[in-house]
Write a protein that binds this ligand. Structure first.
Ligand SMILES: NC(=O)c1ccc[n+]([C@@H]2O[C@H](COP(=O)([O-])OP(=O)(O)OC[C@H]3O[C@@H](n4cnc5c(N)ncnc54)[C@H](OP(=O)(O)O)[C@@H]3O)[C@@H](O)[C@H]2O)c1
Length: 315
């Protein structure tokens, strides 16, 4: 028997991912091989079919948030995604290898072949992978904002910024919960808002006046997803800051006493979104799907602030 010691080389397996090595513009994104991640306790790993692009991705990549949320560079952009479970961390319940899921991980990490999720739900059969990828952050943010406003049934809700990722999710989900929804968007998006079940109007000067025609009995509650500086006007329209929630204007919300809502990695909200999806009452709208190698174009597109629904990246 040969007893001589031979060191065993453990080969680190790698995946393809988009990364940025320094804060900067969309052109700083590169595709490269990086070590595979593995799930910790309570987490799962997903072989990613598609990841979504959210405003936080380009805000983090640019360095605009580096004091609030410092990143360890290089880092992989992306907050949410969808795919098939391929590894399960200790204690993670209710999920099996091969299940189709969508959900949320950390603030970064999604735009890669493998993604760690700490909150997830099973993808309804009614959604393709791109739609599932678009449902993560948008749905939990929309539902968090709507939940802060109390019961929706029979009430008139104004969604400021209803054509965007969060706004379009909020509009459709609120309609499903029995609200009459008025949404603001530029005119080119009015048909889109109608397709969500919302009554469209334009944002900006004269909004209160336009609403007197669209909602003669008044607007009961308001969800702001636009960060456009309109929060004072929205509070005046609702008549009480406690009837207003914002996911976008934290300083304004605090100053005015409105509900300030942040997305949470909450599996219950994801499951509720999936259930509505399965019933055909919430379908994330995908404006454009980019291949991974065009992630810089996807970020540049998102950064223009005119996204209709969601932009996703197919891995
Ligand atoms: N607190 C949280 O945890 C959280 C989570 C997710 C997102 N957010 C924040 O919420 C905001 C929305 O996110 P998102 O993913 O929905 O962004 P998004 O998809 O990039 O939003 C784009 C939409 O904004 C609309 N818009 C632009 N200017 C507007 C204005 N002045 N008034 C009304 N709508 C306007 C555009 O409609 P038109 O093209 O028709 O103008 C476009 O459809 C962002 O500020 C984001 O950072 C916060």
């Amino acid at each position: 028997m040969n007893t001589s010691f031979r060191p065993v080389k453990v080969r680190q397996t790698v995946m393809r991912a988009a990364r940025f090595h320094e804060y900067g513009g969309a052109e700083s994104l590169v595709i490269e091989q990086v070590p595979d991640p593995h799930p910790g306790p309570g987490e799962i790993r997903v072989r990613v079919a598609a990841a979504s692009v959210n405003p936080i991705d380009w805000k983090l990549r640019s360095g605009a948030l580096h004091q609030l949320i410092p990143l360890e560079l290089p880092d992989i952009p992306g907050r949410d995604g969808a795919g098939v479970v391929d590894e399960i961390g200790d204690g993670a319940q209710g999920v099996s290898i091969g299940d189709r899921v969508f959900g949320l991980g950390g603030v970064t990490g999604a735009t890669a072949e493998l993604l760690i999720l700490s909150a997830w739900a099973h993808t309804p059969a009614t959604w393709n992978d791109e739609q599932a990828a678009g449902a993560g952050l948008a749905s939990v943010t929309a539902m968090g904002g709507l939940n802060a406003l109390g019961s929706l049934a029979g009430r008139t809700l104004l969604v400021e910024g209803a054509a965007g990722g969060v706004g379009s999710a909020a509009a459709e989900i609120a309609v499903a919960q029995g609200a009459t929804v008025i949404g603001t968007a530029s005119e080119r998006n009015h048909e889109f808002l109608t397709s969500l079940g919302a009554v469209p109007t334009t944002y900006g000067p004269g909004l209160a006046q336009r609403l007197t025609t669209l909602a003669p009995h008044g607007v009961d509650i308001v969800l702001d997803t636009a960060a456009s500086g309109s929060l004072d006007d929205l509070v005046a329209i609702a008549g009480d800051p406690k009837r207003v929630a914002t996911v976008a204007d934290h300083a304004g919300g605090q100053r005015l006493g409105a509900h300030v809502v942040n997305a949470e990695n909450d599996p219950a909200l994801l499951s509720a979104a999936a259930e509505l999806g399965g019933q055909g009452r919430y379908t994330p709208r995908i404006e454009q799907a980019y291949p991974l190698q065009r992630i810089a174009d996807a970020h540049a597109h998102a950064e223009r602030g005119r996204t209709r629904g969601k932009i996703v990246i197919c891995i």
